[in-house]
Design a protein around this ligand. Structure first.
Ligand code: SF4
Ligand code: SF4
Ligand code: FES
Length: 512
């Protein structure tokens, strides 16, 4: 352990701790910085994190220094503040200061640090600034403004060290130095938009989010990406019932600080034109009351003869769906649908968020041909929810021939088209729930935006179906349902599903 003094207070840190991290803990906030990033190798190029260490003639950069026993460090002295101001001024010499039209405004390291340390009059008139490329498309998702770049090299290190794809580099020298893609190359890897997150200024911005919304107008809700079985933790940025973007949320047990581009785009499905907004009964749009009458008629002789619950349903929906038919008549699947190519970083070949839930509840997943045969052989009403099994042609044909099909869906599709009664359900950002990821980790998500049209929470629809099917133990609230899940699946009291741990919960893993 090293004992040192930071800003007149004594601290103790394990040997090898970076002085940058030590100062962050001591101050309760990070030192000014552009190039330091906790998940990238140290570059030490921006010179912003300078601190005064007694006994050293010059100021030193904290990100490239480790703590030493007996060190006396000053982070807020006049000398340090002056140095930070000078370095900031240097970074701003050729900066275009086009904050009003910059998507980064409101979450920009340069803006924020200028407000804290700068506040000087620029000595360089706009006309004398070096001009570089603005709005240069460098990949399917990312656009580059070279004038705004502070050459921190975070994006370069990300592409070299995290994805190993090496598309970016810093070319030329002095005030002509600029960030760019290598000649003939595009920034096109599964994780390219993480460069937008880590760029401390508005040099790399998202083509998708470009000019869509001022960031200070967005509200944030924590969620879980529905794009694959990894279950990356996300922040859903939304306003006025519309989701504008997903950003990764740090979870050291699941996704660290990254997420893939494919996952970021999953929010688009929430607002697409295929959303099912009203119930349908007998091929016509119907009110919920009319749909309930049709359902009561369908279920008058008892429950469902087959329930097909897909891996996009929440754990709560899966648990309730299990009550609607005998155990051997509740299946998932098809097991061979929603598969793609995974990679070594985060993206899983299973492109659904809750196959882990099916596994947890012991719901088997037949292959498409077997599922089609089960549907064809069903002697009474069939319920489909939690995905679109009809994307398999054989299953679609079986569903089309099914007389008493009830579907809970977020989007129109072959199942809805074949249904006697189709009911609009809430999508992942429109209701609370739990997904179980590929590690078996239970991860909770909250409702971010209002449900569109007449869509309802899946568990409420299933509770109503349970009532109509004569199931006596249908829960009356989400809380009651969750308690029943915990009591059935876990040891009693092991988890409060309304207060899920931030990093998720692995049954038997000792995590609370
Ligand atoms: S584009 Fe952004 S992340 Fe990349 S070097 Fe420039 S400022 Fe840093
Ligand atoms: S790796 Fe999977 S869970 Fe993570 S962001 Fe991508 S699609 Fe979503
Ligand atoms: S953060 Fe230390 S030199 Fe950039």
């Amino acid at each position: 352990m090293a004992k040192l003094t930071i800003d007149d207070q004594e601290y103790e840190f394990p040997d090898g701790t970076s002085l940058f991290d030590a100062c962050r803990q001591a101050r309760g906030e990070a030192l000014p910085h552009f190039c330091y990033h906790p998940d990238l190798p140290v570059a030490g190029v921006c010179r912003l994190c300078q601190v005064e260490v007694e006994g050293m003639p010059k100021l030193t950069i904290a990100c490239n220094t480790t703590v030493r026993d007996g060190m006396v460090v000053h982070t807020r002295s006049e000398r340090v503040n002056k140095a930070v101001q000078q370095v900031l001024e240097m970074h701003l010499i050729n900066h275009p200061v086009d904050c009003p039209i910059c998507d980064q405004a409101g979450e920009c390291g340069l803006q924020n640090q200028y407000m804290q340390y700068g506040l000087y009059e620029s000595k360089v008139p706009m006309a004398a600034k070096v001009k570089k490329h603005k709005a240069k498309v460098i990949g399917p998702y990312v656009i580059l403004d070279q004038e705004r770049c502070v050459l921190c090299s975070r994006c370069v290190r990300f592409c070299n060290e995290v994805t190993g794809t090496g598309e970016l580099g810093i070319y030329n020298r002095g005030d002509r130095a600029e960030l760019d893609v290598a000649p003939g190359v595009e920034l096109d890897n599964n994780y390219s938009m993480n460069t937008v997150d880590i760029c401390p200024v508005g040099a790399l911005t998202s083509r998708d989010f470009r000019f869509a919304k001022r960031v200070w107008m967005l509200k944030n809700t924590r969620g879980v990406c529905p794009g694959c079985a990894t279950g990356c933790n996300v922040r859903i940025d939304h306003e006025g019932g519309r989701v504008y973007r997903l950003k990764p949320v740090y979870n050291p047990e699941v996704n660290g600080r990254w997420m893939c581009d494919r996952g970021r785009m999953t929010y688009k499905e929430l607002h697409d034109e295929r959303r099912l907004l009203r119930p349908f009964a007998g091929g016509r749009e119907a009110a919920w009351t009319a749909a309930s009458v049709a359902l009561a008629d369908l279920l008058r002789d008892g429950g469902f003869s087959l329930v097909v619950v897909g891996p996009r349903a929440s754990l709560e929906e899966m648990f309730l769906a299990r009550k609607l038919a005998p155990a051997d008549a509740v299946v998932g699947g098809p097991a061979d649908l929603d598969r793609g190519e995974g990679d070594d970083l985060l993206l899983d070949g299973d492109r659904t968020p809750n196959r882990g839930g099916l596994k947890t509840l012991g719901i088997p997943e037949p292959a498409a041909a077997d599922l089609a045969a089960r549907i064809t052989a069903a002697s009474g009403p069939v319920l489909v929810l939690g995905g679109e099994p009809g994307r398999d042609a054989g299953v679609a044909a079986a569903l089309a021939g099914c007389g008493g099909l009830v579907v809970i869906a977020t989007h129109d599709g072959p199942s809805v088209q074949a249904a006697a009664v189709a009911l609009p359900g809430a999508a992942w950002a429109e209701q609370a729930g739990v997904f179980v990821n590929r590690q078996g980790r239970w991860q909770g998500f909250a409702q971010a935006v209002a449900r569109p049209g007449a869509a309802r929470e899946g568990w409420r629809i299933l509770a109503e179906l349970a009532g109509l099917a004569g199931v006596e133990t249908a829960p009356q609230s989400l809380r009651a349902l969750r308690k029943e899940i915990v009591d059935t699946v876990l040891s009693e009291g092991e988890l409060d599903m309304d207060r899920m741990p931030e990093t998720g919960f692995v049954p038997g893993g000792g995590e609370r």
